[in-house]
Write a new protein. Structure first.
Length: 160
């Protein structure tokens, strides 16, 4: 069986972090995902509001770095959950249980007039620091500054 889902959308509100009775962090948030097609009558795209749940370190990550309006890419699985409302009626909800959550925009794109609070502080938005040897131990880069060079030996045989 296969249950894999990928969605990309903007957070409808700030994520909410709670903890289970045993202290496990769980975050819930909602993504606004535009459909790929426009309505024939209005000419506008409809939006689907998709509930997402993240657990453990993923939950803490989402609550720390994502805020309302930020673009997020969620990889996970679809889960159906049965529950009873306040009036005693049986209800069913669909939600995505996140396996991975990625940034869908850059820090600049997500910073829309103060809605962004904080940022990914581990180099997620800037170019990575250059390695001591950009060629991974295969010699110094060429003098012209290009970090790629042709291999000097080619036996003509393909490895496959």
């Amino acid at each position: 069986m296969l249950n894999k889902i990928f969605i990309m959308g903007r957070l409808a509100r700030d994520p909410e972090l709670r903890r289970t009775q045993s202290g496990v962090p769980v975050a819930s948030f909602r993504l606004a995902v535009d459909r790929d097609f426009k309505d024939k009558q209005s000419g506008e795209r409809a939006t689907d509001w998709i509930d997402v749940v993240a657990w453990n370190q993923r939950a803490e990550f989402v609550c720390r770095y994502f805020t309302k309006g930020r673009m997020a890419v969620v990889e996970g699985r679809l889960q159906m959950r049965d529950w009873t409302d306040k009036e005693g009626n049986k209800r069913t909800s669909a939600e995505v249980v996140a396996d991975n959550v990625y940034f869908g925009d850059s820090k600049r794109d997500g910073d829309s007039g103060g809605s962004y609070a904080g940022g990914y502080r581990q180099g997620g938005y800037s170019a990575p620091a250059p390695a001591a040897d950009p060629l991974g131990g295969y010699g110094a880069p060429p003098a012209d500054g290009d970090q790629f060079s042709e291999l000097s030996t080619d036996d003509g045989d393909l490895p496959f």
